[in-house]
Design a protein around this ligand. Structure first.
Ligand SMILES: Cc1cc2nc3c(=O)[nH]c(=O)nc-3n(C[C@H](O)[C@H](O)[C@H](O)COP(=O)(O)OP(=O)(O)OC[C@H]3O[C@@H](n4cnc5c(N)ncnc54)[C@H](O)[C@@H]3O)c2cc1C
Length: 368
């Protein structure tokens, strides 16, 4: 049996992006994914590429989010060229809408922090808002347009990314759950065990999303599932093609006339069900912000598990004593951070410089 240089554990956007980047650098790469096809959180996500409307403080994480946002346009163009397929990637920006004083304070914060960073952020007059989003409530007091926040159809992107990786020689093994891993001495390699298979590699990239802390034998990383419920409406004919936020929820365009409404943030273990309460909250938001939308088609609902960490920051770097690089814990920003993470994984795999201490897994692994 032939063995790859690098084995990537997890076929979500992070694992696929890392696999493609490592293959571009000339390595033999294979991906093992538990599901028969597709991925977990990466297909559940809303696809916002939003470095600032999530409250993110200045520092290496914000720098990474902005750097990744800048990589997205060229990344999509390259993936389209490599595969001959197209991806719905939109740069209209995001709209923050205020219905009350609390929202207005949030708008002011977003406006201030975007401008401090040299990003474009403009007040949008209410008639203009109504032009772009005809169903917006008459209660809307103010709106801010953040030009630097983009959007992608993450489902399309994951399919295109998988194909691009395969075209570069990456083998993706679906239906292949990793049951445990083992260090090999003196070879310094890692032996990965599935039910009916074993693979040895010089390096394992751990990109198992919310399940990254559960791989037997590896030091347990503090990654936990954080459930997000979403619903999709159809037949929404607005000129606005970007995303829109108010309070804790958002509305994001999907396809020609789709409108995705999200998302709850819940500690519910590995339970991926939708709940009456969760969908009720999303519908209440929809009715509040778009009161005229009551007769719109409700297409479907779903839920996914974000990979959360104790400080809400990713885990990116080596696991001491193991030939393993963790690329996980991206919580609410894994779609945004995918192209940047892929580059970081390649940089660390080729030992080009140090880990970013604030993101290194060492911050949680005692004695290392
Ligand atoms: C509702 C919702 C909305 C979101 N919206 C956004 C957004 O707008 N913008 C944004 O940037 N981010 C968003 N996110 C977050 C984003 O989806 C995640 O951060 C990102 O998808 C994580 O990618 P991943 O590849 O690490 O994880 P996943 O996509 O979960 O992939 C991990 C893969 O590992 C596999 N795996 C696990 N264990 C094993 C094993 N033992 N053996 C083999 N395979 C295994 C799993 O099957 C899975 O496919 C959202 C998330 C949710 C749930």
């Amino acid at each position: 049996m032939t063995h790859p240089d690098v084995l990537v554990l997890g076929g979500g956007i992070i694992g696929l992006a890392a696999a493609r980047e490592l293959a571009l650098r000339g390595l033999r790469v294979e991906v093992v994914e538990r599901l028969p096809a597709g991925a977990e959180a990466s297909l559940a996500a809303a696809g916002m590429l939003s470095p600032f409307s999530e409250t993110i403080s200045p520092g290496p994480f914000l720098d990474a989010c902005r750097a990744s946002r800048d990589l997205w346009g060229p990344w999509v163009a390259t993936l389209e060229e490599e595969t001959g397929l197209t991806v719905d990637y939109d740069t209209s920006g995001s709209l923050l809408v205020a219905l009350n004083e609390e929202d207005e304070a949030e708008l002011d914060r977003a406006l201030r922090s975007a401008r401090e960073l040299g990003e474009q952020a403009d007040e949008m007059e209410i008639p203009a808002l109504r032009h772009w989003v005809p169903d917006i409530t008459p209660e809307a007091r103010r709106a801010v347009h953040l030009t630097g926040e983009h959007r992608v159809d993450n489902v399309q992107l994951c399919a295109v990314l998988a194909l691009a990786a395969q075209k570069l020689g990456v083998t993706i093994h679906y239906d292949s759950e990793v049951e445990r891993v083992e260090r090999r001495h003196p070879e310094g390699t890692v032996l990965v065990h599935g039910r009916h298979w074993r693979k040895e590699a010089r390096l394992l990239v751990l990109a198992a999303g919310a399940w990254s802390g559960l791989i037997p034998e590896l030091p347990p990383l503090p990654v936990r599932p954080v459930r997000g419920q979403v619903l999709l409406l159809g037949g929404v004919e607005w000129p606005w093609r970007g995303s829109l936020r108010q309070g804790h929820f958002y509305a994001v365009r999907r396809g020609a006339t789709g409108l995705l409404i999200g998302a709850t943030v819940e500690e519910a273990g590995f339970d991926k069900h939708n709940t009456v309460e969760g969908i009720e909250d999303l519908l209440a938001f929809t009715r509040r912000l778009f009161p005229g939308i009551g007769r719109t088609r409700l297409e479907t609902v779903w839920a996914g598990l974000r990979p959360g960490t104790p400080d809400d920051l990713p885990l990116l770097g080596g696991i001491p004593g193991w030939p393993v690089l963790a690329a996980t814990g991206h919580f609410r920003n894994g779609i945004l951070l995918a192209p940047w993470t892929a580059r970081e994984v390649a940089r660390l795999a080729f030992a080009e410089g140090e880990e970013i201490p604030e993101l290194s897994p060492r911050r949680f692994l005692s004695g290392s």
